[in-house]
Design a protein around this ligand. Structure first.
Ligand SMILES: O=C(CO)[C@H](O)[C@H](O)COP(=O)(O)O
Length: 225
């Protein structure tokens, strides 16, 4: 099976976690996009969604699925999203798709985080995938110096094909930190959150995934975390 077929399989399996009549939190990225396409088939069963990015909101609306402003929603039964890496405890690196801050916010309002990922995302130790950190643009340099002190190699994410910084949906910039071996994800998440100028870090450890649907050649495996 190709990686896309594995993503599609977990997206389909995630439909079992959709609660009828409820508002569903929806993530960002290629796996989340497959999930949105599956959700479209059962859109009449749900009240609507909260999107974790402008791209996700546009795709949901394109399918005729209602998208609510998070300020109108007190809580959600479930948030469904992909990950760049996930460990056996449910801690994740996210933000490869640049939506980490809104993903964290929407997930924080949801009772259950269902991670949907192809098998290549499951790792023993987080950190092979560069850790994304969203920053206030004026704090870029100072935050990069502080991240370097943690032992990684911080690099500003650029708009593809340009030498200009990539700008997120929130007007922030992204620093990708390579070379970290994250043996204590909860502690590192807390430490990076303390750096002034950081908007959010793409470590989802303190509040990680509750369930992971993992796409493998043998079928979709469910990890209860
Ligand atoms: O965190 C994310 C976006 O900010 C995505 O969940 C992550 O990048 C995985 O993406 P994909 O499903 O395309 O592999």
């Amino acid at each position: 099976m190709t990686q896309d077929e594995l993503k599609q399989a977990v997206a389909r399996a995630a439909i079992d976690y959709v609660v009828d009549g409820e508002i569903i939190g929806v993530g960002t990225g290629s796996t989340a996009n497959f999930f949105i396409d599956e959700l479209a088939r059962i859109k009449d069963r749900i009240k609507g969604t909260v999107a974790s990015s402008e791209a996700t909101a546009a795709r949901l609306r394109g399918h005729g699925i209602p998208v609510f402003d998070l300020n109108e929603v007190e809580s959600m039964a479930v948030y469904i999203d992909g990950a760049d890496e996930i460990d056996a405890q449910g801690a994740m690196i996210k933000g490869g798709g640049a939506a980490l801050t809104r993903e964290k916010i929407v997930a924080s309002v949801s009772k259950k985080f269902v991670c949907i990922a192809d098998g290549s995302k499951l790792v023993d130790t987080l950190g092979k995938f560069p850790l994304p950190v969203e920053v206030i643009p004026m704090a870029r340099a100072v935050v990069m110096r502080k991240l370097a002190l943690l032992g990684g190699q911080p690099k500003l994410r650029l708009k593809p094909g340009t030498d200009q910084p990539f700008i997120t949906d929130n007007g922030g910039e992204l620093i990708d930190v390579a070379g970290l071996s994250i043996t204590d994800p909860v502690a590192l998440e807390e430490e990076i959150n303390q750096i002034t100028g950081v908007i959010a870090v793409g470590l989802f450890a303190k509040a990680g995934a509750d369930v992971c649907l993992l796409g493998t050649a043998e079928g979709v495996k469910t990890l209860s975390l």
